[in-house]
Write a new protein. Structure first.
Length: 626
């Protein structure tokens, strides 16, 4: 089998080299839920932008993705369909003006929406979108006064305690809600008949944690000096300035579709015209996020150019390409151009550390994250060893990563110590994942893997030791670790195991042994691994009925890092991985979303993952056993 593994790895490496762009990058689609496509239609129609061709293409894509039952799903094995995704697609199709409201496909969608409880059962993001388009009452959404933005950081709970990702969304939400803004015109479809109870149930059954959070926020507002109307005006100005200061060069707000979408409506709510340069530039930036898929054009939530380029460059170097090879040289040059030199919000709690991170998207210049930074650092490590100017950039990046370690020993995504659990009770669905930025097994494991394999820091280093301790304390009883940015327990376990092993934790360690047994126990009879997005939603392992390429590669990579000799589980898994790599690229094994962004809203199919992770795993197998 080793001959076939070598042949497959070489063929994959050659294929991916041929796909490199002239600027040194690799472009792959970051395909997420139907939400962004639906919202783009709604934005274009509500603001009367002349983009008929794009609307027509996006409508066709949405219809291609509709199930025969009339629903839209976030992932293949989602039982009937996803209520919020179906509401968003339905409203967008109605708004497009290209389908009659009695079209059988829309009638089926209506039937499902009613069956699932109506508009009042939708996700908070969906309700926000409906509210700004006059389809939902603001009084039933996020009952938080805009003055919370002014609570000083010295108070026990303030706006600055939220994660940067949470803050980016909360600001436009509060601004449009404060204005009770809605943009309704003659072309806006009326879907209020899909309310079944006449109001939202979002204010019902407020638990003690949420009540406590509300009381603390009220205390903070009461402590503000000034007249109520003046405070409200100051808060609205703060919200406006916060967004405008974080507009990237491509016109988007922090390089995300979702934040930019709501920023546009927030700016409209305070008097900006649709033809203003800021709004027009924002739309142009969103249009540049479009990628092509088999179902037509898709609006990415944030293009993954930096992430894909860094991971592929590293994977190719693991397959044997020298840092002097032109392919690698061009990719390293590109990555170095996009290392951050600006202080972002992360610096508020890290004032003594210089910028040195990388972001997910090319336009991202102030919102770096730990995972993209360690990915880029892996890609430039060998070049840094030979060239002093690259070494300096590499050291800046390492310093930034070490500075980002949370006080508990683990690593977050965007900012350190945004861990106040009470903020998970903020009245927005998914707040437990988006309102805070805690240490996670995947980020901690991936960071340890880089520090151990590339920076030469092992268990004797105090920061590495603290990271390992955090992982040992957070392992699940069954031996797995929960992931955050991938699905889900396989991803988290792979990251934790490979990180601990790279840092010098021996295979005989009982934590490693438990993880190995868990991975072997969930191996499918066909030899592969497959885990459902339901694992992310339910917080427990839910298997798929089929194996996926990326999850099989992750599980195998973890097992290879543990065992000095190929085990039966590894051999069987490698055989299955080879079969999967030779299967149709349109099959669920390749297209199932194994990336996680926001629970119940965004699950990502990285088109690059069918190359990156199997190429790494094949070469790790050959290096260790070949």
């Amino acid at each position: 089998m080793k001959g076939e593994i070598k042949e497959t790895a070489d063929k994959m490496a050659d294929e991916i080299r041929e796909r490199q762009n002239p600027d040194g990058t690799w472009s792959f689609c970051f395909e997420n839920s139907p939400m962004t496509d639906a919202y783009m239609i709604i934005l274009i129609r509500s603001l009367y932008f002349k983009e008929d061709a794009l609307v027509s293409q996006l409508v066709k894509r949405l219809l291609n993705m509709q199930t025969k039952e009339g629903t839209w799903k976030l992932f293949k094995d989602e039982a009937e369909g996803n209520l919020s995704a179906t509401i968003e697609a339905y409203f967008a199709l109605r708004f497009s003006g290209l389908l009659h409201e009695k079209d059988p496909r829309l009638v089926k969608a209506e039937r499902f929406i009613k069956h699932m409880g109506g508009l009042e059962k939708a996700h908070s993001l969906t309700k926000m979108m409906l509210a700004v388009n006059g389809q939902y009452e603001w009084r039933h959404i996020m009952p938080v006064p805009i003055e919370v933005l002014l609570i000083p950081r010295t108070f026990p709970i303030s706006f600055w305690d939220f994660s940067s990702y949470g803050r980016a969304h909360i600001v436009p939400f509060l601004l449009v809600r404060d204005a009770r803004y809605h943009l309704q015109s003659a072309r806006t479809p009326n879907i209020r008949h899909l309310f079944l109870q006449g109001r939202s149930d979002s204010l019902h059954d407020i638990d003690e944690d949420r009540l406590f959070l509300f009381e603390k926020l009220k205390e903070g507002i009461k402590g503000l000096a000034g007249f109520p109307e003046l405070l409200r005006s100051e808060a609205r100005q703060f919200a406006k300035d916060y967004m405008l200061k974080r507009i990237e060069r491509d016109g988007t707000y922090l390089s995300y579709f979702s934040t930019t979408f709501f920023m546009i409506y927030a700016l409209k709510s305070i008097g900006y015209r649709s033809d203003s340069s800021i709004i027009k530039n924002a739309l142009d930036g969103l249009k540049r996020m479009i990628c092509q898929t088999d179902n037509g054009p898709h609006v990415q939530n944030s293009p993954s150019l930096i992430w894909d380029t860094a991971l592929i460059s590293h994977a190719l170097q693991e397959s044997g390409l020298s840092f002097e090879d032109e392919t690698i040289r061009k990719s390293v040059e590109y990555l170095l151009k996009h290392q951050h030199y600006k202080f972002g919000d992360w610096a508020i709690d890290l004032p003594d550390v210089s910028p040195g991170g990388w972001g997910f998207s090319e336009s991202n210049s102030i919102h770096p994250d730990v995972d993209d930074t360690t990915a880029a650092l892996r890609a430039i490590t060998y070049s840094a060893g030979a060239k002093p100017e690259i070494r300096h950039a590499w050291e800046r990046g390492v310093d930034w990563v070490l500075g980002m370690q949370n006080r508990d020993g683990g690593w977050p995504a965007f900012e350190k110590n945004k861990t106040k659990g009470i903020l998970a009770s903020f009245p927005l669905d998914g707040a437990e994942a988006a309102a805070i930025d805690p240490s996670t097994a995947d980020l901690t494991g991936r960071t340890l893997e880089f520090l151990g394999s590339r920076a030469g820091l092992t268990m004797d280093h105090p920061d590495v030791k603290r990271g390992i301790t955090w992982l040992t304390m957070t392992q699940e009883e069954n031996g797995s670790w929960a992931g955050r940015w991938g699905i889900h327990f396989i991803y988290g376990t792979w990251a934790a195991v490979t990180g601990m092993r790279a840092a010098g934790v021996p295979s005989s360690n009982k934590r490693i042994g438990k993880a190995e047994k868990w991975l072997e126990n969930i191996q499918r009879t066909d030899g592969g691994w497959g885990e459902s997005c339901y694992s992310d939603q339910r917080g427990k392992y839910v298997p798929l009925s089929f194996s996926t390429v990326s999850q099989t590669a992750w599980a195998l990579d973890a097992l290879i890092s543990i065992s000095d000799q190929p085990t039966p589980a590894i051999e069987k898994g490698m055989g299955r991985l080879l079969e999967l790599l030779h299967s149709e690229e349109s099959s669920p094994a390749h297209t199932y979303p194994t990336g996680a962004v926001l629970k119940d809203v965004f699950y990502a199919h990285y088109h690059s993952y069918q190359y990156i992770w199997p190429l790494l795993t094949l070469n790790h197998y050959l290096k260790k056993y070949g």
